[in-house]
Ligand binder design. Structure first.
Ligand SMILES: [Zn+2]
Ligand SMILES: [Zn+2]
Length: 280
């Protein structure tokens, strides 16, 4: 069975975690034999991708959940990598309309110049589906301060389904979006006792995990309060209430998804400048 690898190039979220980089904000890379997808390229996506030895020029698809900088701000530079320095029309970008077209108040967040160099731009909304190398990707519903925010569901023929809530608060019916996923990645920005509109704490995340019952749940996108409280400690509540193995993602975490899901860590590249110049 060909597996899928997910690399967490960032696990921080919200303004202060981003501007202090207490946790990185580079997003998630999904790689298989066929796929190379970057999800939510926030600040650091390019740098941490290079550091992890994941060549950004191999990316074939960039997906952005919404127009907050911790999710989109490295999108253009990843398009430049994906198009081999804007020399080859290549790749797909999927993002909500305020990212691709702007909405008067904001955006676009990926310039027309960059959009002209990709093969296809897909405007995402909940329910919009598209296929990349036999993997069906669909936009899922959210409730967040940016009303155009979408989460995702990836149906990957080799391994099954993966869900990613993106930034959302808990709402009635959210579980329907992720029914049957093997792995559920949740944005859990706030710790228990400190809820914030448009986001989840472990308590709401547990409700969702309880209804979806995935094989494994991963909490990520930790804000400052969550970081200080301790994400590993905080997310225990999810596992304790649901019985679903749940982990707090860490920067550089690697999940290998085959028949089983295994947790690992990327090796960071340590190169001298001389080496770097020789090999790049
Ligand atoms: Zn966010
Ligand atoms: Zn947001």
């Amino acid at each position: 069975m060909d597996g899928v690898k997910l690399v967490f190039l960032g696990t921080g979220g919200g303004r202060f975690a981003t501007i202090t980089q207490k946790r990185r904000t580079g997003g998630i890379r999904l790689i298989s034999e066929k796929l190379n997808i970057h999800v939510d390229p926030g600040p650091g996506a390019l740098i941490y991708s290079l550091e992890a030895g994941l060549n950004p020029q191999k990316i074939k698809t960039v997906i952005v959940s919404h127009r907050h900088p911790d999710h989109y701000s490295n999108a253009e530079v990843l398009v430049e990598a994906m198009t081999r320095g804007m020399l080859k029309k290549r790749g797909i970008v999927a993002a909500p309309s305020n990212i691709l077209s702007g909405n008067g108040e904001t955006g676009p967040a990926i310039s027309t110049y960059h959009q002209n160099m990709i093969e296809k731009a897909i405007t995402l909304k909940p329910g919009v589906k598209f296929t990349v190398d036999k993997t069906k990707i669909s936009g899922t519903k959210t409730v967040h301060s940016d009303p155009e925010t979408v989460g995702f569901r990836f149906e990957i023929p080799e391994i099954g389904a993966i869900g990613y809530t993106a930034d959302t608060e808990y709402f009635e019916g959210i579980e329907k979006e992720y029914k049957g996923v093997r792995l559920l990645i949740l944005s859990v920005m706030r710790p228990t006792g400190s809820p914030w509109k448009g986001h989840m704490t472990p308590k709401e995340a547990a409700k969702l995990v309880e209804d979806v019952k995935p094989e494994m749940a991963v909490a990520t996108h930790f804000g400052m309060k969550m970081i200080y409280s301790g994400p590993a400690y905080e997310v225990k509540l999810i596992e304790n209430t649901t019985g679903v193995p749940t982990i707090a993602a860490f920067d550089g975490m690697k999940l290998q998804i085959d028949e089983k899901i295994t947790i690992g860590k990327i090796k960071r590249k340590q190169q001298s400048t001389e080496d770097f110049l020789k090999h790049n």
